[in-house]
Design a protein. Structure first.
Length: 207
């Protein structure tokens, strides 16, 4: 499905998810040049490629991208997105959507921003869009990301072999095995509580 969703700014106590624009480029270029050791399996451009990265994200079909803006200083410190919206085959509305294309500057990692961003996006997906399922996936070798998702209480479903394009250096044009995680509507209340305990704040979801 190629549609882009019309999602408002989603505001928490730590992070504000703003629809991505070229106005975020300067902050994101600076954020991407912080310590980069956590980006081995993630698409995060260097500063000089950030303008093209943002333009590409804005043109990508089926992607609704956001700048992750740190509330404390108003600076964009990463990106995330709602991705691959999947409609019901026989009635209006969406049955599922994915959270992806997520990265944070080193200084924003471990601060609660990631948990709160997931809380904001899942709250919107389940409570506004009415989806039955929210997916997340990562390179199966990315143990750091997998452990982070597990700590947030997001159920692991398994590994799909040769499922997604690899973003690892030197693997351009090749496929990776993807570790699949997902939350269903029935699981959402439990996961919402886990995300809140992990640092997210249920607070106002829209701003």
């Amino acid at each position: 499905m190629s549609m882009r969703l019309d999602v408002p700014v989603l505001t928490g106590h730590l992070v504000r998810l703003e629809p991505l624009t070229p106005g975020h480029v300067a902050d994101l270029a600076e954020a991407a040049e912080e310590e980069r050791s956590s980006y081995g399996f993630t698409l995060v451009p260097r500063a000089q490629g950030m303008k093209n990265y943002v333009e590409t994200q804005l043109e990508r079909g089926g992607l609704t991208p956001f700048g992750q803006v740190r509330v404390a200083d108003g600076r964009a410190v990463g990106c995330t997105a709602l991705w691959d919206p999947r409609p019901w085959p026989d009635r209006p509305g969406l049955r599922a959507i994915e959270i992806g294309f997520t990265w944070l500057a080193a200084s924003a990692q471990g601060t609660g921003i990631n948990a709160e961003a997931k809380l904001l996006l899942m709250s919107y997906a389940f409570e506004k869009l009415g989806v039955a399922r929210v997916d997340l996936k990562t390179d199966a070798r990315n143990l750091r990301c997998r452990r982070a998702l597990e700590r947030l209480g997001i159920p692991f479903e398994g590994v799909l072999r040769s499922w997604s394009m690899s973003w690892a250096p030197g693997e351009e044009g090749t496929l990776r095995d993807s570790a699949m995680f997902a939350v269903t509507a029935a699981e959402w209340p439990t996961v919402r509580a886990a995300l809140t305990a992990a640092g997210g704040q249920p607070g106002p979801a829209e701003g």
